[in-house]
Design a binder for this molecule. Structure first.
Ligand code: AMP
Length: 113
């Protein structure tokens, strides 16, 4: 846990969030600025700053994160959804605690352009 990390503060309960799911490794909560009718984030409780910082020891938790994200999407009415990780500021990453965006509820354009 990092003291100055927003998502670590959400994990610790120091910042409120609308939680969807929690276990000993993962936390999912609705995004405060949704980019689709349904948009939630799923994060590891372990502080990993982003996709580029994933190591071999994280592979099990990342697999669980993606699988649980898709499962929660189906349970929350968006079996067809987009799973996104922004990696680095130029790619749109603003919070440097690894998170998977799960978006759905409207047609999602592809390619991004
Ligand atoms: P990214 O830009 O990929 O780093 O995504 C960060 C996401 O966190 C954005 O979609 C924000 O809207 C979202 N966000 C920021 N603060 C909060 C918060 N307190 N609770 C829920 N989502 C948040």
């Amino acid at each position: 846990m990092l003291d100055n990390c927003l998502f670590c503060k959400i994990i610790k309960g120091e910042v409120p969030a609308r939680k969807i799911y929690e276990d000993d490794q993962l936390l999912a909560f609705w995004d405060v600025a949704p980019q689709a009718p349904k948009h939630f984030l799923i994060i590891p409780k372990k502080h990993i700053s982003g996709p580029s910082s994933i190591t071999a020891t994280d592979q099990e938790i990342i697999g669980a994160l993606v699988g649980k994200g898709a499962q929660l999407a189906a349970e929350n009415g968006i079996p067809d959804c987009r799973l996104v990780m922004n990696n680095g500021a130029a790619a749109g990453q603003t919070v440097f605690h690894l998170h998977l965006h799960v978006l759905g509820g409207r047609p999602l354009p592809w390619p991004l352009g």
